[in-house]
Design a protein around this ligand. Sequence first.
Ligand code: 0RQ
Length: 501
Amino acid sequence: NATRILCPKLRNRIMSAREAAALIPAGANVGMSGFTGAGYPKAVPQALAEHIRTQQAQGRRHRISIWTGASTAPELDGALAEADGIELRLPYQSDPTCRQKINEGRMDYIDIHLSHVAQHAWSGFFGKLDIAVIEVAGIAEDGRLIPSSSIGNNKTWIDQADRVILEVNYGQSAGLEGMHDVYYGTALPPRRRPIQILRPEDRIGEKYLFCPPEKVIAVVETNAPDRNSRFSEPDETSRRIAGHLLDFFEHEVAQRRLPPNLLPLQSGVGNIANAVMIGLNDGPFENLTAYTEVLQDGMLALLRSGKLSMASATAFSLSPEANQELADHIDFYRSRIILRPQEISNHPEVIRRLGVIAMNGMIEADIYGNVNSTHVMGSRIMNGIGGSGDFARNGYLSVFMTPSTAKGGAISTIVPMVSHVDHTEHDVQIIVTEQGLADLRGLSPRQRARTLIERCAHPDYRDRLLDYFERACASGRGMHTPHLLSEALSWHQRFEESGQM
Ligand code: 0RQ
């Protein structure tokens, strides 16, 4: 296996993951690579978890704060959370152990828009970043870093950290080189300049990450795959959701509110998002583009079939099969995919300019169109807001999708009042369930309520929602957004008490 560490200075820093992990002190703020299970460090976090267990067995409390791009994998979030080694975590996560610790109050978690993370770090809102641990696909002779399967906040972590640990992963395709576009022109106000992305395919940056070799305190070699979770085959529910959305797009094209090749697509994570992509592959639209954060299997298939001409993102999130397909045809995909830092993939200015169609999952929506993406029954975090807010507020269209019920029908995902708000009624235009699609554009709150209940609520809950709404209207209180305050959250309360809304 030929070396991927061509820089002699950095070759001198090669050591084991255990030795590298020992360089991370208790209490450190550590910026790690990784976004939706791609491009995260695989060896150092696990070695650090071991180190932490040893320290704790000797009665020494050893915890660190972890900043990432987005969710990682069992080898990082899972291992460190299980060792009880995470004091604070930001931003998006989706690890079951992390989730449990956060919900038990044993780990602090800061859930912010993904486009905000880098700028908040530059401004020092989170304190000082001590160490960056970054996976790369290789190191060039002059020390330039070939990014891996995600970019996320890597540029920012490398710039901001005092010390850098690199993991060079031989398991990542060497052909990733040249796929990335790392923009070094961002600045803080008042020195900001326009970001010159006028089309999704525009390249404005560098193919490499830069890091002064003096900062690098360790280089660790690994050979391991990304998380590569499998998607389930679209079931009847996700196929129907996808169907409603595709019909809507056709209608919008006919109305000339969308061009025949639509507008750049953003698609969230999960099986429904993937089903929409699969639906697009069988649909009538050609020459599609994507300006998104995550590239799932469905988008890769759209690129392969030629329906999608190019995709801009910050990370992959692929099944093992799709990952193999990517590696086997890396030259094809390199000419059609651009991976950017997340402050650019999710930049409000660019999303607004391009007119992105934002499509994201949700936990629940209320009858007026406020959306909860993050908290079950108001208090328990699921994953985090991720990039959904960046895209929903700034997109040309903002779509939220969910099955109309959860937990075998015990929960209605359309409720009188959401138990937590991530996307306000002002940022939500289209809601889709398997029951139908509610187009809320141009409607007043009371019109929205009737439309949403009729189109999206499950029949088992529809009459009760209508009854709530009509009694709220009859209550004679404020008629702009009528509510019965004593009942607004009673559906959630009932679920907590009886297991059924
Ligand atoms: O739980 O797995 O225990 O059964 O939530 O729900 O229906 O499988 O949907 O995987 O698309 O996730 C909002 C979480 C939806 C996701 C959310 C339970 C349900 C199940 C998952 P189980 P589904 P999905 C780009 C954009 C925020 C971030 C975002 C998400 C589990 O889409 O994290 O959009 N979004 N980022 O049973 C109680 C309800 C529920 C419920 C669902 N009303 N009450 N439980 N569930 N609705 C990506 C990034 O930004 C990185």
